[in-house]
Design a protein around this ligand. Structure first.
Ligand code: DGL
Length: 270
């Protein structure tokens, strides 16, 4: 019993290129409010979406080693670009179970599509890697995947332009091609996009089901911890935040992504 408590009391590590992954942390904290969570935002190196696989992988190895040194029981790669580029490498070098957003989002999309036409939107890196389509086709080769990079969405969200005429116009320009392909399911394959969910739904119409990878991964985390007998079922969760640059900026903008006030952020150099 005591051994089980010690195992489950360990925190869950979550990382992203910046604040975006706080949408994932927020979903995990809502589904698993008793879990202790440690977040790392690589604000010195954001954005990952326009960088190469090699560069992103180097950053993420250092972050994962940092989280491992904090004694985490699981690491969640909240960043879609990092999941697409680096998860396989990380699983080889890190001695803690690791889980990424791409597998979780793909599984939920597969459960939802009826006409087998799935749209995926994300950063240039995620779309170029074709990681979602590869993951989806592992489960069902007959699915048609249509992807589109939407590079303006991240700055829109960071500027707080989550709704309004201009935002809807930009969404329409990027997404009309996917709507014309008659997709019935759309994966939001980027940490920032859940904040645009309302506007995206308004533009593409209610018939297309939007899959938010933040919610999908929270469920996957719960299932994995349950399977490993590591769910913490006592007390309330404590949160720690680390960044690689400017803690003040992270505190201010981060509270918007996390839905709760962030009081303390520690800068670390890896
Ligand atoms: N976190 C990134 C992702 O989910 C978006 C921001 C970036 O480009 O770093 O792909």
């Amino acid at each position: 019993m005591r051994e089980k408590q010690i195992k489950s009391n360990k925190p869950i590590g979550i990382f992203d290129s910046g604040f975006g992954g706080l949408t994932v942390m927020s979903a995990i904290s809502k589904l698993l409010p008793k879990e202790n969570l440690i977040y790392f935002g690589d604000s010195a190196h954001v954005p990952y979406g326009s960088k190469s696989k090699k560069v992103v992988t180097n950053f993420t190895v250092n972050i994962s080693k940092f989280l491992e040194s904090k004694g985490v029981k699981l690491i969640v790669v909240a960043c879609n670009t990092a999941s697409a580029f680096s998860l396989n490498t990380l699983k080889k070098v890190i001695n803690v179970p690791m889980i990424g957003v791409i597998e979780a989002g793909s599984v939920v999309a597969l459960q939802n599509t009826k006409n087998k036409k799935i749209g995926v939107i994300g950063t240039e890196g995620t779309v170029k890697s074709n990681a979602y389509a590869k993951e989806i086709k592992k489960h069902d080769r007959k699915i048609n995947c249509f992807s589109k990079a939407c590079p303006l969405f991240v700055p829109l969200v960071e500027e707080g332009w989550n709704k309004g005429k201009i935002t809807e116009e930009i969404i329409n320009v990027y997404l009309k091609e996917l709507v014309n392909k008659k997709i019935d399911t759309l994966i939001l394959g980027c940490t920032h996009y859940p904040l645009l969910k309302g506007s995206i739904q308004k533009v593409i119409g209610k018939k297309i089901k939007i899959i938010d990878s933040a919610t999908a991964i929270a469920m996957a985390v719960k299932n994995l911890l349950k399977k490993n007998n590591q769910l913490k079922n006592f007390g309330s969760g404590k949160y720690e935040f680390y960044v690689s640059d400017d803690p003040e900026k992270f505190k201010n903008l981060g509270s918007k992504f996390f839905d709760k006030k962030i009081n303390k952020v520690i800068k670390v150099e890896l």
